[in-house]
Design a protein around this ligand. Sequence first.
Ligand SMILES: Cc1ncc(COP(=O)(O)O)c(C=O)c1O
Ligand SMILES: N[C@@H](CCOP(=O)(O)O)C(=O)O
Length: 468
Amino acid sequence: MEFVSTRGRAPVLSFSDAVLAGLASDGGLYLPREWPRLSLEEIAGFAGRPYAEVAFAVISRFVGGEIEDDVLRAMIEDAYAGFRHPSVAPLVELEPGHFALELFHGPTLAFKDVAMQFLARVMDHILAERGERATIVGATSGDTGSAAIEAFRGRDNTDIFILHPEGRTSEVQRRQMTSVLDDNVHNIALRGTFDDCQNTVKALFNNASFRKDVRLSGVNSINWGRIVAQIVYYFTAAVSLGAPLRPVSFTVPTGNFGDIFAGYAAKRMGLNIDKLVIATNANDILARTLETGRYEIQGVHPTISPSMDIQISSNFERLLFEAVERNPDALGPLMGAIAQSGGFDLPFGALAAIRAEFAAGTTNEPATRQTMAETYRSAEYLLDPHTAVGVAVARTARRDGVPMVTLATAHPAKFPEAVRDATGIEPPLPLWLADLYERPERLSVLDNDQGEIERFIKARTRSGEDLH
Ligand SMILES: Cc1ncc(COP(=O)(O)O)c(C=O)c1O
Ligand SMILES: N[C@@H](CCOP(=O)(O)O)C(=O)O
């Protein structure tokens, strides 16, 4: 399987190289050259199979034999063995025909664990086979960072540096990151927003000598290894609701567009998805884009769903690439316009192509709280504020006869204040995190200054010799 960059100027890579590269050298994002297709029989055969088996069937299509089947299968089984629910990603019916897909049964209580537990094992395997090390740098609004740190802590082949926006995550999210004291883990609280963190990470990738010197790699959803693992739960959920014979719709609380792009990939692979519904909070750039045809960056609004407080939605580039029929020369000027003027108008054909597959909706803070309160009253089910954004939008987007699945992206205990304010109930942390508030923290507060961040990282990156 070959992977191509959305910008068309980076080398075509294998699965392993695309995973280690993270971002393409031309600033683009990697995608498979062609979508692998699964037959209807194969999809139907996923019904009732263990999650790890479906994951192997889906992921191996992208690995293309580069990792031996037995090794890949063992890695996948190991990645999901630690999840606290036997189904890994169970469905819960909230109201007739509307389901929550619980993606928060991993170690850090958010959907990021599903991909990160796999990605860390794959990266470690590839690096060990090659006798190489890597420096991972990631940007987080709270959940990617905690999942990545948990997955990579203590690993000899990697140092990990996570940038979060100072004071803009929940306390639980921050502590999940900063209380991990392993030598290879470094937390940077950036004086800025999540978009500043993400722009800095991209700038580090675009500095060719820094990239080479530290052997830079990334674990944000710019890395195809993340998306590939997130495709799996669309298959398991849809099949248990009657796919491939019956179409299913999905609503996804959206920020960086990685999770919903995985749904789009599942559809390209042959899954019978009716609509993919983008749900946004006040940071509604994607909903505005679908409505008006103009992608335009505005200031970031802090909300009670902080992990979605994002304006520059990095994976939207992958969808645009598809919508302009994979023509990098059509995509390049659009991406250039973001840097120059903060936005662009979608070409008419591209907008029509996106509207054919996606719908979008926005909720405000009172409606999010009301959805949390109502869902607790009617179903005795606690939603975290991100999932609540999804549930609120899903209710407006449902079609008769088509089951709707809203992705439950985080456990309510990650956002105890928001949940208590809305419902009067404060969800407790699970036992393994019960002492989180007592654990010592370690973090460095830095200005949003690329040079300073590069010096910080270089000074702390361990070479192979340091380990012996
Ligand atoms: C809890 C939660 N929900 C939703 C999102 C948005 O997901 P994505 O960035 O893949 O669109 C995030 C962050 O990524 C998150 O942490
Ligand atoms: N909401 C995310 C932002 C980063 O998203 P990613 O999926 O691109 O890693 C977070 O929790 O950090």
